[in-house]
Design a protein around this ligand. Structure first.
Ligand code: HPA
Length: 235
């Protein structure tokens, strides 16, 4: 069995899939956090693995960059492989003074400049919200690991290099914690196909102060976020 973008066997994925954007992050999670991890797909080098975490079966598969790429993988995982829970583990930018690089954020809901949810929701505005149960479990897992997390609003943009000079200020005023390129689409896909989804991100750069993490620092905060996501996946 295969889909246009995933070559895994039927039943190759666990019910819960962690999804980083970067395929090499997927490999890193499989090699450093899972036991007995097997690579189950590599179409376009978008690696997927299934292994065990605390004796429970968990998968990890990359989703690439942006809503279109993320939506393709999320849709095929849910509709063709029966995946129930998708946890995006990504990085994001921050705009507010009270959000710092290294912070771990959970996306309760995501506004967007993308039209995808209007396309699927017949022109109406769709409230792109996380699954409350996964969010609650992520918060509990963070607390058990004594890792501070913040839960709140995200903004998902189709443009990494955005021409709207007032965007950052507007997002600050509206209380947006994290800016990235997938979550509003992921939450729309999950709603459309009856799965559960949530995004957890580490802040890799501050869009106002210009501060950004070097690669070692990225790795350390990434590891903390993965611990939270995997603990949540098996709770
Ligand atoms: N926008 C701005 N900063 C970021 C993003 C983004 O999409 N992702 C990671 N840092």
């Amino acid at each position: 069995m295969a889909t246009p973008h995933i070559s895994a066997e039927k039943d190759a994925f666990a019910d819960t899939v962690l999804m980083p954007g970067d395929p090499l992050r997927a490999r890193y999670i499989a090699e450093h956090f899972l036991q007995d991890a097997q690579q189950i797909t590599a179409v376009r080098n978008m690696y997927g693995y299934t292994g065990f975490y605390e004796n429970q079966r968990v998968s990890v598969m990359a989703h690439g960059m942006g809503i279109p790429s993320c939506s393709i993988y999320a849709t095929e995982l849910i509709t063709e492989y029966g995946v129930k829970n998708l946890i995006r583990v990504g990085s994001c930018g921050a705009v507010r003074d009270d959000v710092k690089v290294r912070d771990v954020l959970i996306a309760l809901g995501a506004s967007t400049d993308s039209r995808v949810n209007r396309l699927r929701f017949n022109g109406s505005d769709f409230a792109a919200i996380a699954d409350f149960g996964i969010v609650q479990t992520l918060v509990q897992a963070a607390s058990a690991n004594e890792i501070p997390v913040r839960v709140g609003a995200f903004y998902t943009s189709d443009l990494f290099y955005h021409p709207d000079g007032e965007l950052t200020e507007r997002l600050r005023r509206y209380g947006v914690l994290g800016v990235e390129m997938e979550t509003a689409g992921l939450y729309g896909v999950a709603a459309e196909y009856g799965a559960k989804a949530a995004t957890v991100c580490t802040v890799s750069d501050h869009m106002v102060s210009g501060e950004s993490l070097d690669s070692d620092e990225r790795q350390t905060s990434f590891n903390q976020m993965i611990r939270i996501a995997l603990d949540a996946a098996v709770r």
